[in-house]
Design a protein. Structure first.
Ligand SMILES: [Zn+2]
Length: 569
């Protein structure tokens, strides 16, 4: 499948070359000469008309920013003797990011630097893509009726984007043919070139024409899908027995040709490396397979041992919600303990039967990535320091990600951020469990909107497969009713706030209910934990105490005498 994709990309690129070849078959010599000759009425500006030019571009909706200019001796006004692009690099601190159509801003810039060269930012935001032709003969006489500028030796052909994506590319279309699109810029007339000539419009009355299809990238992979699609391609290659270098090479190619904007090479390499951690038989071609079978076959097939992250509670690739009232349920203490316990390979919260031993004892230390979206680094450091005092040892398997409210599971940018964190964590070692605490902080949209929740589930699903891990999500409950007599069961997963799709999607729940304190008040909080498991046997509710002095969670016993052997507790 992937080979096909790559072959088809190659075909498309080949076709693209051919297409341009057809375009310029007609009498190359004369047409080329016509292009080399600069148009006479070049700029329509005075030589010092940089400001008015910049303003007129802004008026057309093209974002501009100031560049350094070449000095009389050809050196750059930036003052660096070794400047590699004299008169061609941005002058302001944030460079191209500051490009604007704001007239006042532009006035200020060129008042401060009256000789600054003018850059026009290309790409979607300016609605512009520019074909940078190194030398006119490259086009073999092909002529466009679009707006064009004469550069040092070559030409800039300006095209309208109309909302399409256009990536920057160097020599992808052909030797000496560069494309300036998203994130790129061109030096615009009447800027001066280091050779002393000025950039000039060949005919400024011409309108930029719509960008021809052959100019733009075929099959672009948009932001938000890049990692997933590259990962799937890598999986397919792994399934065919390719090694990490072969996979990387193919991914680099696809990334630079189709991803808009392309990922960094390092990130692409990480995708190739991460896919190598899976068994090849798991990482197969994503072609559809049929899962149905007759009942005798189902009964005859050999059963696989469930891969428990938390035995009795959470299997690999499943998602559990932990719900309770904000603050009172101490969910963050419970989760910090759970994460630390698992990372040490110790039973979670030391919940145990008096005879049958621990309930939630992992087979080995589990690697946990904890997105603590209510704790900044300092807050969690405080929490961890308290816990460390009581004999816990820090270990690499507990990976902490501090609060970043941009990290949302239902926005492209948020997904990119979280995925970046996960990729970084997975780079160190495979991840077993991801904790998102709480849902409200990783959700941009309305938690009652089932489409938003469906987006969250899709994201979790992709990561669950990609990182081969489980999820625990902390979530709040609806407020208890004011009037007595109205039904409200704090131990039921149905009290989770928001769309019922939250309940429908989760594989297990822990409801945290404040317990009834008996006897002396202590520096801690008694909590009842009620378990709902859809994928395993019922787990009896337990009582635990969060000790605020040690930050630890102490197992008190089973509720309702469900474990009579535990009576001495
Ligand atoms: Zn410079």
């Amino acid at each position: 499948m992937t080979e096909q994709i790559i072959t088809s990309i190659n075909d498309e690129i080949a076709a693209l070359y051919k297409h341009s070849a057809i375009q310029h078959k007609t009498d190359p010599a004369t047409k080329a000469d016509a292009i080399i000759e600069p148009a006479p009425a070049a700029t329509g500006y005075e030589s010092s008309g940089l400001l008015s030019a910049a303003l007129s571009y802004a008026e057309r909706g093209w974002r501009v920013c100031p560049l350094y200019e070449p000095l009389a001796d050809g050196k750059c006004s930036c003052g660096r003797l070794d400047c590699g692009s004299p008169g061609k690099h941005p002058r302001t601190r944030n460079g191209l990011k500051e490009a604007t159509t704001d007239a006042a801003r532009i006035q200020t810039w060129w008042t401060e630097w009256p000789d600054a060269n003018v850059a026009i930012a290309t790409g979607r935001d300016s609605g512009l893509v520019v074909l940078d032709v190194d030398r006119p003969e490259i086009l073999n006489g092909w002529q466009s009726d679009t707006l064009a500028a004469q550069t040092g030796k070559g030409q800039h052909l300006y095209f309208v984007l109309n909302g399409a994506a256009a990536k920057n590319s160097v020599c992808k279309l052909g030797d000496g043919l560069d494309l300036r699109g998203d994130g790129g810029y061109v030096v615009a007339p009447p800027s001066r070139h280091a050779t002393g000539v000025s950039y000039t419009w060949m005919d400024f009355d011409r309108e930029p024409q719509p960008a021809p299809a052959w100019l733009l990238q075929p099959n672009p992979i948009p932001e938000g899908q890049r990692n997933e699609i590259l990962f799937r391609m890598a999986s397919a290659m792994r399934g065919k027995g390719k090694d990490v270098d072969e996979i990387s090479d193919e991914l680099y190619f696809v990334n630079s040709n189709r991803c808009v904007p392309p990922l960094g090479d390092e990130e692409v390499r990480k995708i190739a490396e991460s896919v190598m951690r899976y068994k090849p038989e798991v990482a197969t071609d994503p072609a559809p397979t049929f899962a149905g079978m007759p009942l005798p076959i189902l009964l005859a097939r050999s059963r696989q041992e469930p891969d428990w992250i938390i035995p009795s509670l959470l299997k690999r690739n499943n998602t559990m919600f932990i719900v309770g009232e904000p603050k009172r349920a101490c969910k963050s203490w419970l989760l910090a303990n759970l994460a630390w316990d698992l990372s040490e390979g110790k039973p979670v919260w030391r919940v145990h039967h008096s005879k049958n031993g621990f309930l939630f004892a992992p087979k080995r230390p589990m690697r946990v990535v904890y997105f603590s979206q209510e704790d900044a680094e300092d807050d969690f450091q405080d929490r961890a320091e308290i816990m460390a005092k009581t004999g816990r040892t820090a270990n690499d398997s507990f990976w902490f990600v501090p609060k970043n409210l941009q990290m949302t599971l239902d926005s492209e940018n948020g997904i990119r951020l979280v995925e970046g964190e996960l990729a970084a964590a997975a780079h160190a070692a495979p991840i077993d469990l991801i904790i998102l605490d709480p849902l409200r902080r990783v959700l941009q949209g309305d938690e009652s909107n089932s489409e938003r929740i469906a987006e969250v589930w899709r994201t979790i699903d992709v990561w669950s497969q990609k990182f081969d891990c489980s999820f625990i999500v902390a979530h709040h409950v609806v407020k208890p009713p004011r009037q007595k007599g109205q039904s409200y069961d704090p131990a039921s997963p149905y009290v989770s706030r928001g769309s019922s799709d939250i309940y429908a999607g989760a594989d297990a729940f822990i409801n945290v209910v404040p317990g009834k304190q008996k006897g002396q008040p202590t520096a801690g909080r008694l909590l009842e934990l009620h378990f709902t498991t859809k994928r395993s046997r019922e787990v009896s509710p337990v009582s635990v105490r969060v000790n605020f002095e040690t930050g630890g969670v102490e197992f008190v016993g089973f509720l309702n005498g469900r474990d009579p052997e535990d009576a001495e507790k």
